[in-house]
Design a binder for this molecule. Structure first.
Ligand code: IFM
Length: 457
């Protein structure tokens, strides 16, 4: 194994990340009611092998042992999400003390271990009761989200100062309402635009609530921007395809949140679908509420080109008719995702330019077909290489002047990888789903070495 020798600034945080529905299980315990992911995963054909998050990593019952693993790894911080359907099971109205108590215990366990809690308020598990009322398509969701936010921050804000409103709103809108791969699984481009707008409205409305409930809070949102590349020998049509894809993947969120406006061309490119009446006066001011940092989740670049004569150019992403996906360049991960540390650095630098904020890499990692070998270990050499190369890209960005303050490996544990179920393993810790035994992989051991070297320097 190549040894990793890059260094990071003083105070740089190394952490791991997870999300509630992906690890907790215990979906009907202590008052939790269903989320859209319970409904979706229990719908035949939506998730590989019919997998669900019913048990997942059973983290709800094994939380202290999982925190102990993080202590052994030496991490500085842990990014987790709170399950809205545990806190406010009906989506709005009375909070559920038993649901809050779990996160209360988790925060205390982390603080007792010297690990900083970094809390995401929404990582895709919308209460089903709210989806029954339109979910992210109903403008009232902004109010529902701010009430839920007030409850969580009011309960934990005395001990948690790092707050993130949304995780990857692109996935909760375009992937969920236009492409249909994620809950609630709709196939309607206009709906995805409305959902994206309401997600951002909910985010913007929640920011001052977090500040009220937790003076001194560091408030952020986590986006999943991606470097968009066209063909090396592309023409003007290809350049326009790159522009459209970049708007639908990146500008759709960078624009309203950091510039108070939808990106150039986006409203024109989607005018055949709508008059955009869902954008009310004042919304963009709410959405562009000042933040303290930006979370960046990034795994791979995206390649596109223009559809050519006679080719099917239908594309469900907003404003992307005529944009065709080009195959990723090898080497690929088990997800079929291109590995490109260069694109990781480029999107980090772009995110800093767009936001003008310090960044945290709130997720980065790779899936591989891991097995526990005869020696009882998981020798995930590809993940070790991916980790080293992407951390080196972060170091390059920092040396080039970008203010990156931390890196969270996705994920602490193998877990429920959404529509892929348990087929895809992203953990630096292996989970045997039959026994729930955890085994730190070689990548976890390497991450621990990198962290220890950073602390010892
Ligand atoms: O597992 C997901 C996570 O929930 C959000 N970001 C990407 C990860 C890997 O697909």
């Amino acid at each position: 194994m190549t040894s990793f020798t890059r260094t990071f600034p003083d105070g740089f945080l190394f952490g791991t990340a997870t999300a509630s529905y992906q690890i907790e299980g215990a979906v009907a315990e202590d008052g939790r009611r269903p989320s859209i992911w319970d409904t979706f995963s229990h719908t035949p054909g939506k998730v590989a092998n019919g997998d669900t998050g019913d048990v997942a990593c059973d983290h709800y019952h094994r939380m202290p042992a999982d925190v102990a693993i993080m202590t052994d790894l030496g991490v500085d911080a842990y990014r987790f999400s709170v399950a809205w359907p545990r806190i406010v099971p009906a989506g709005e109205g009375a909070p559920n003390p038993a649901g809050l108590a779990f996160y209360d215990r988790l925060v205390d366990e982390l603080l007792g271990a010297g690990i900083r809690p970094v809390v995401t308020l929404y990582h895709w598990d919308l209460p089903q009761a709210l989806d029954d009322r339109g979910g992210w398509l109903n403008r009232d969701v902004a109010q529902w989200f701010t009430e839920y936010t007030r409850t969580v921050v009011g309960a934990l804000g005395d001990r948690v100062s790092n707050w993130t409103t949304l995780n990857e709103p692109w996935c909760s809108s375009v992937l969920s309402y236009a492409i249909g791969d994620h809950a609630p699984g709709h196939h309607d481009t206009l709906e995805s635009m409305v959902a994206a707008h309401h997600l951002m409205l909910a985010h913007g409305a929640a920011v001052p609530v977090i500040r009220e409930e937790c003076p001194g809070a560091e408030v952020s949102v986590t986006l999943n921007p991606t470097q968009v590349w066209g063909p090396a020998d592309g023409d003007d049509l290809d350049a326009d395809a790159v522009r459209r894809a970049d708007n639908a993947l990146n500008g759709l969120f960078f624009g309203p949140i950091f510039h108070g406006a939808y990106p150039d061309g986006f409203l024109d490119d989607t005018a055949h679908l709508t008059d955009h009446a869902y954008i009310h006066d004042g919304d963009l001011r709410t959405i562009s509420a000042p933040l303290d940092n930006l979370g960046v989740n990034n795994y791979f670049p995206t390649r596109v080109r223009a559809a050519r004569d006679g080719e099917d150019g239908r594309n469900p992403m907003p404003g992307c008719d005529g944009v065709v996906a080009d195959p990723p360049h090898p080497p690929l991960t088990a997800m079929g995702w291109e590995q490109s540390p260069e694109s990781h650095r480029l999107i980090i630098e772009r995110s800093a330019r767009e936001s003008g904020l310090p960044l945290y890499i709130t997720e980065n990692g790779s899936a591989w077909d891991d097995t526990v070998d005869a020696d009882g270990q998981v020798h995930d050499a590809e993940r070790v290489t991916y980790l080293q190369e992407h951390l080196a890209a972060v170091a390059d960005a920092i040396e080039g002047g970008t203010d990156v303050r931390g890196y969270f490996a996705w994920s602490l544990l193998d877990n429920f990888e959404w529509a892929y179920g348990y087929d895809k393993r992203f953990g630096i810790v292996h989970v045997d789903y039959d026994s729930q035994v955890r085994t730190v992989k070689d990548s976890g051991l390497e991450f621990a070495r990198i962290i220890a070297a950073h602390h010892d320097r």
